[in-house]
Design a protein around this ligand. Sequence first.
Ligand code: AP5
Length: 225
Amino acid sequence: MNPGARLLILGKQGAGKGTQALRLSRHYVVPHISTGDTLRQAIRSGSELGREARRYLDSGELVPDQIVIGMVRERLTRPDTSHRGFVLDGFPRTVAQAEALSTILSPKGLHLAIDLEIDTTSVLTRLAGRRVCADCGANYSVVDNPPRVPGLCDVCGGEVVQRDDDTEAAIRRRLELYERETAPLIAWYDSRGLLARIDALGSPDAVTERVVAVVDRRILRRPGS
Ligand code: AP5
């Protein structure tokens, strides 16, 4: 039986966190929890959270810790995640978020934090080619994964557009914040014996194979954990 998994994905913008998190959530049959997707859904719905979050997302700034920590805490206390696990995508992004997550997950903790390693030139190429469905958030690339009908989502038929924060200025700001706030988490998880570094270049299938091999080894070493 597939035992589930408790994973999070680190990596700079465009490393493929969303792409891999979705595949891993299907593989391990656990929920994919993306703080970016949750915030974009809140913006689309016009909720108070969405109105508050919009100004941060559009300019590439991080949403304040207390907002995202509250969102993730609420999601991780639902039974589907507490029983089988989860794949966290885009959380944590600051040391304060990592510390809060460690408390939320205690005593079970994580199986692994996966760091998708990639150079900045490659992520800039990927982000320039990224397109998303404005309705369901499905991800495409004009380079090698376009929708079957140009401009229309394969999944729901919605309009396929460029993300509002995939502008040059917002990408530059997101990458600066990654280096300052999020890159220190690599050493943070490494020092706790929880880090796996994965080469994020190559096809999405090749990257998934690398991640699954490392996660399976870790779960086999800690059966029933
Ligand atoms: P979020 O939505 O998480 O965006 P991000 O971190 O900027 O990451 P991206 O979605 O840009 O990249 P990705 O690594 O997921 O790559 P993807 O798989 O799409 O966050 C957005 C905003 O929300 C933040 O800026 C912030 O304001 C706020 N926020 C979210 N979480 C927060 C938190 N914890 N704290 C505070 N604020 C928070 O892939 C990119 C492209 O490459 C796609 O086109 C894809 O098709 C393609 N691709 C993927 N893999 C491959 C491959 N192997 N080969 C070729 N192409 C590939």
